[in-house]
Write a protein that binds this ligand. Structure first.
Ligand SMILES: Nc1nc2c(ncn2[C@@H]2O[C@H](COP(=O)(O)OP(=O)(O)O)[C@@H](O)[C@H]2O)c(=O)[nH]1
Ligand SMILES: [Mg+2]
Length: 326
C-alpha cells in the first residue's frame, strides 16, 4: 500500500485532494486536526487489492504519524510536510529517524563545506552573504579554521569596514587563527586584493549584511561576486519563520547564492525555516553553525545529521508525548 499525506484548510478539502490525487479507491487511514493550520489526512492506495492492511503498513502509518508531529513541532510548511511524509512512507528503513533521513535526502540537497581542493588546484573564493547578524563573520572564521585544521592555507578578506566593531572582530579572529587578513571596502579593491592572494589559499570573503529586497543595498554585493568570480554562500540563522526564511533565501539566491550555511542550530529549537529555505531554493546545505565561538565549529550536514537535529532520538519522543516542546 502506498501512503500519502495531504494538508488542507478543512476535512472536505483534504478529502477532495485525496480523491483527485489518488482516485476513488484511496482509503483514509488517519486524520489529524492541526488547529488553525487545517487538517492533515493520510491516505493509502492499495497496489494489490488482494492484500490486507498488514503489519508493515501499520508500522509505516505509525511512523508517518510520529514524523508528522515532528514536522508540526518544527513548523514545517504544510506542502513540504506532505512531500516529506509521502517520501518517508515509501521507505522501508528501520524506524522513523531513518525514514526521516531518507525523506530529507529526496527533498533537500547537501554538500560538504568548502576546503581548498589541493595544491595547485584553484577553487573560487567563498563570498559569504546574508542579512546583518546572520553569523557571516563568525562563519568566515570557522571556514578558515577548518582549512587550518586540514593543514591548508587560508586568507580572510573582509569587505565590512563600516559596521561598528567589525574591523576589530575580523582582526581578533584572524589573529587567533593565524591567517592573513585583508580589507576590501569595495569591489575594485577586492579585485586588487584577490590579485595578490596566493592561488593555493582558501579565500573567504566576509561581507556587510544587506537587505536582499533592496536593489541599491545589494548592488555592491553583486559587483563583488562578479569581480571575485566567487562562490556566494548564504549564511542564514535557524529558528526563523518558515515563509520568511524561504523568501529571504530566494532573494539571496537571485543575488547569486549557490549554497546555504545555517547558523545558530545550537540556539534554535524549531528548524522548519531552514528546511523551507533549502527546499524553496534547492540550494545545498553546506554546513551548520553550532555555537558562537570558532571552536564550536561548523558541522557537516547530511540527511542523517539533519534527521537527528529534527528528531533527537532520546529526548524527542518523551517531550513530544508530553507536549512540552510546543
Ligand atoms: N549561538 C550561536 N551564535 C552564533 C552562531 N554564529 C554566530 N553567532 C553569533 O551571532 C552574532 C552575530 O554573528 P556575526 O558573525 O557577527 O554576524 P554577521 O553580522 O552576519 O557577521 C554574534 O554574537 C555571534 O557570536 C551560531 O552558530 N550559534
Ligand atoms: Mg559581520
Amino acid at each position: 500500500m502506498r501512503l500519502r499525506s495531504f494538508t488542507a484548510s478543512s476535512l472536505p478539502d483534504a478529502m477532495e485532494l485525496v480523491r483527485r490525487q489518488l482516485g476513488d479507491d484511496a482509503v483514509i487511514l488517519s486524520t489529524q486536526d492541526l488547529g488553525e493550520r487545517g487538517v492533515r489526512v493520510t491516505a493509502g492506495l492499495d497496489d494489490d487489492p488482494d492484500d490486507d492492511f498488514g503489519q508493515d503498513e501499520g508500522a509505516a502509518l505509525a511512523a508517518v504519524e510520529e514524523l508528522s508531529e515532528v514536522f508540526d513541532y518544527h513548523r514545517v510548511p504544510p506542502g513540504l510536510v506532505d512531500r516529506l511524509l509521502t517520501a518517508a512512507s515509501g521507505l522501508t528503513a528501520q524506524g522513523p529517524q531513518l525514514m526521516l533521513a531518507g525523506a530529507l535526502d529526496s527533498v533537500v540537497q547537501f554538500a560538504p563545506p568548502p576546503l581548498p581542493s589541493g595544491t595547485g588546484d584553484l577553487r573560487a573564493p567563498i563570498l559569504l552573504v546574508g542579512p546583518s547578524g546572520a553569523g557571516k563573520t563568525t562563519t568566515a572564521a570557522k571556514l578558515c579554521a577548518r582549512a587550518r585544521l586540514a593543514n591548508r592555507p587560508a586568507t580572510l578578506i573582509t569587505m565590512d569596514t563600516v559596521s561598528a566593531g567589525a574591523r576589530e572582530q575580523a582582526q581578533a579572529f584572524a589573529k587567533a587563527l593565524g591567517v592573513p587578513l585583508r580589507e576590501a571596502p569595495d569591489a575594485e579593491r577586492l579585485g586588487q586584493v584577490l590579485g595578490d592572494c596566493p592561488s593555493d589559499h582558501l579565500i573567504v570573503i566576509d561581507t556587510v549584511g544587506v537587505n536582499p529586497y533592496d536593489a541599491e543595498d545589494c548592488r555592491p554585493l553583486r559587483l563583488a561576486a562578479r569581480v571575485a568570480r566567487a562562490e556566494p554562500l548564504l549564511v542564514l540563522p535557524a529558528g526563523g519563520d518558515a515563509f520568511e526564511s524561504a523568501e529571504v533565501a530566494l532573494a539571496f539566491q537571485e543575488l547569486g547564492a549557490r549554497g546555504l550555511i545555517a547558523t545558530r542550530l545550537d540556539a534554535a529549537r524549531r528548524i522548519g525555516g531552514l528546511l523551507a529555505a533549502a527546499h524553496a531554493t534547492g540550494l545545498p546545505l553546506v554546513g551548520a553553525g553550532l555555537g558562537p565561538s570558532i571552536g564550536s565549529g561548523l558541522a557537516n550536514l547530511n540527511p542523517i545529521a539533519l534527521a537527528r537535529l529534527l528528531m533527537p532520538e532520546s529526548a524527542a519522543g518523551d517531550l513530544l508525548a508530553t507536549g512540552t516542546r510546543s
